[in-house]
Design a protein around this ligand. Structure first.
Ligand code: ADP
Ligand code: MG
Length: 287
């Protein structure tokens, strides 16, 4: 049977916006020593501003945007939504979008499709793999567009930290956790900048969903008890496999919200340390 104190703890957490799906998670959370965060949509807003779009190899800027938005309208990744919104903001309408065939999305990399008979790819530098584009501009927060195997456009995007991400890390720091870190599919450059701004212990960038899982499992077999916090977009497997999987409730994917052990209803990363505090207090009352 479950000690009554746990129900009090769960009730208390739910009133502050943290939904804990079972008393066992509260108990595990009290003994967590490592917190791993996803980046996009978890520590950052997941709403990308577009600072520059350029066409390359003879492609006009507007055409690059139209092709990019047509393909991205099939994706629910935050970058995809931002590119589609940008296309609308400069006057394109849904009915202007080009027909897209053979659409495929590779998590942590980008999207592929055939548009007007041409192979189109859109995503990070991984999509350039295999193309001889070594002299092409490479940089932080860049999305590359290739059409027919040629670099045809680059889109500079930027996200911003959530208002209380910094406080969230400071607050976890005050709880004496052994390690607070970030795993992201975004470029190592972007990961480094965010990590130093937030004062994380370590980070890893350029990760596929499988890469995130590998790091989780390595830390786990080294004996760490891990809470992973994500939005379920390209990190759902890690949410499932961590000791405590925490999902964002608003921006989070439906699958993540369903499989997570804990759901943060207002998407604030600060709730992680609140939940740990409640879990520790509950444990000290119960035992
Ligand atoms: P994070 O781990 O920070 O949450 P993701 O794993 O969701 O990031 O994505 C990692 C990277 O993969 C993005 O920064 C982007 O470069 C690329 N990417 C993923 N999905 C898309 C998409 N639909 N369109 C363009 N790029 C994408
Ligand atoms: Mg994410």
């Amino acid at each position: 049977s479950v000690p009554l104190g746990y129900f009090a703890g769960i009730g208390k957490a739910s009133r502050t916006g943290v939904l804990i799906k079972g008393s066992n998670y509260l108990e595990v959370l009290a003994g967590i020593d490592m917190v791993l965060f996803d980046k996009t949509g978890t520590l950052t807003e997941g709403k990308f501003g577009i600072s520059e779009i350029s066409g390359h190899n003879g492609m006009a800027q507007a055409e690059a945007i139209l092709i990019a938005a047509s393909v991205e309208s099939n994706s629910n990744h935050p970058i995809a939504r931002s590119i589609v919104d940008y296309a609308f903001s400069i006057g394109f309408k849904k009915e202007d979008f080009l027909a897209v065939r053979n659409y495929r999305e590779i998590p942590g990399e980008g999207v592929y499709a055939i548009v007007e008979g041409n192979e189109v790819a859109l995503g990070n530098e991984r999509i350039l793999r295999g193309l001889s584009l070594s002299s092409s501009p490479k940089g932080r927060s860049k999305i590359y567009l290739t059409v027919g195997g040629k670099l045809s456009g680059t889109i500079d995007i930027s996200d911003k930290l959530k208002e209380d991400s910094k406080k969230a890390i400071e607050s976890l720091r005050g709880q004496g956790l052994a390690s607070i870190a970030m795993l992201t599919g975004d470029s190592p450059d972007v990961a480094a900048a965010i990590s130093s701004e937030l004062g994380l212990d370590w980070y890893q960038g350029g990760l596929s969903p499988e890469g995130k899982l590998e790091i989780l499992e390595k830390s786990s077999s080294a004996g760490c008890k891990i809470a992973f916090v994500g939005d379920g977009i390209n990190d759902a497997p890690v949410i499932v496999r961590s000791d405590v999987g925490i999902a964002m409730g608003r921006a989070g994917s439906d699958a993540a919200i369903e499989t997570a052990d804990i759901v943060i209803s207002d998407d604030s990363p600060l709730q992680v340390s609140r939940a740990i505090a409640i879990a520790r207090r509950t444990r000290s009352i119960v035992f």
